[in-house]
Design a protein around this ligand. Structure first.
Ligand SMILES: C=C(O[C@@H]1C=C(C(=O)O)C=C[C@H]1O)C(=O)O
Length: 368
């Protein structure tokens, strides 16, 4: 997708000194008062978080809700930094925000999902960041379009910034889902595959939208080898001025962090390596058989295509396809395989059957 070869600094080079532990950034959704920000910061310092976050300018879906204290909150950056000795991170959405955040000592900036979605906005900010040495975290766009996320990362990179990390905060969807923003973990995995050294931070607060699910989404991110987590915290979450449902107290955060299991990408235990290798050989054999069976199916489908062409019958057969789409997931369930996965797999197989049979019928037209 992207031709540009990008090289990013690892988190250990600029913020996370202990690479074995995930980076933790925490703090309130919004900086509500100076006292709230400083006291939250002091409570979080005890948990050894690496940076304090707080929104100064809040992009809210509807007007009339609290949109952040804006310029009035800028002097509090210095207060919380002095009280905690920790770096401070905030969201910026315009070149003016960047100028003000820098002037008042913000150490880390992030670009929100509603900005990542707009290349003009991102470019304006990239221009404002030229020649500035500050880490920038880039949240995924609200819609599930990987190219937009990559585009935003490239624009900031082209401004000369190398301390970059992606934040996965989930995607808006029209469908009713378990969480506030559907994670679509596959998109983040694809980003990581394209840019292996780009640090990625999970944002379970925005993914889940509810504090009871923060732990499970955090663990999932760590299991996928994320480099860190940004988790919203508040001294009195129920009375937070924004995003009350998804913020946790510093005490709850402490419990979540203690319960999280950090796993290594591999083990140097020889027994483990041997056993895993053994299982991978078995998987290789099964995959080969799976493909041979699939080739057999495609062969029959191709013959069926020729037969239909000879009898002038349409490629797509609604009744047969409905029968397959109903029965295969049922069979799968009996075999204890996820039926939704099997339904998706057969949709793909059917699409390929149609492509193949259409090609068979076109072949004849060319001959004729
Ligand atoms: C193979 C056929 O053609 C199409 C492909 C199907 C499949 O891949 O199983 C099912 C129905 C048709 O839409 C068929 O008619 O059976």
């Amino acid at each position: 997708m992207s031709k540009q070869k990008l090289t990013f600094n690892p988190l250990s080079a600029w913020i996370n000194k202990d690479e074995k532990k995930p980076l933790i950034i925490s703090g309130p959704c919004s900086a509500e008062t100076e006292e709230q920000l400083v006291n939250t910061g002091l409570a979080l310092k005890k948990l050894n978080v690496s940076a304090i976050r707080a929104g100064i300018w809040k992009p809210r879906t509807k007007p009339g809700t609290f949109e952040g204290n804006g310029a009035a909150a800028l002097p509090w950056i210095k207060s919380v930094k002095e009280a905690t000795g920790l770096p401070f991170a905030t969201e910026v959405a315009t070149p003016q925000h960047i100028e003000e955040a820098l002037k008042y000592g913000a150490d880390i900036l992030w670009i929100g999902a509603r900005s990542t979605v707009n290349p003009f906005t991102v470019q304006d900010m990239a221009d404002a960041l030229k020649g500035v040495d500050i880490p920038v975290l880039i949240k995924n766009p609200i819609n599930p379009e990987l190219a937009l996320w990559i585009g935003a990362i490239e624009r900031i990179y082209n401004a000369g910034i190398r301390n970059i990390a992606a934040i996965h905060r989930g995607f808006s969807t029209h469908r009713k889902t378990k969480y506030r923003n559907e994670p679509l973990w596959g998109i983040a995995i694809e980003l990581k595959t394209l840019f292996p050294d780009l640090p990625i931070i999970g944002d379970p607060s925005h993914i889940t939208g509810k504090r009871t699910a923060i732990y499970e989404a955090s663990q999932k991110a760590l299991d996928l080898n994320y480099d860190g987590l940004m988790i919203e915290s508040h001294l009195d979450p129920d009375n937070a001025w924004s995003d009350a449902a998804q913020q946790v107290t510093p005490a709850a955060l402490e419990q979540i962090l203690a319960a999280l299991k950090t796993r290594q990408t591999t083990s140097d235990d020889a027994m483990f390596i041997n056993h895993l290798e053994d299982m991978r050989h078995q998987i290789d054999d099964v995959d080969r058989e799976l493909l041979e069976i699939l080739a057999q199916r495609m062969n029959i489908v191709e013959k069926a295509g020729e037969y239909k062409r000879e009898h002038n019958v349409t490629v797509f057969q609604q009744d047969r396809w409905s029968e397959i789409f109903k029965t295969r997931p049922e069979w799968a369930e009996k075999m204890k395989i996820n039926k939704d996965f099997v339904a998706e797999m057969f949709k793909l197989i059917h699409t390929e059957s149609i492509r193949l049979q259409t090609e068979v019928s076109e072949r004849e037209k060319i001959k004729a």
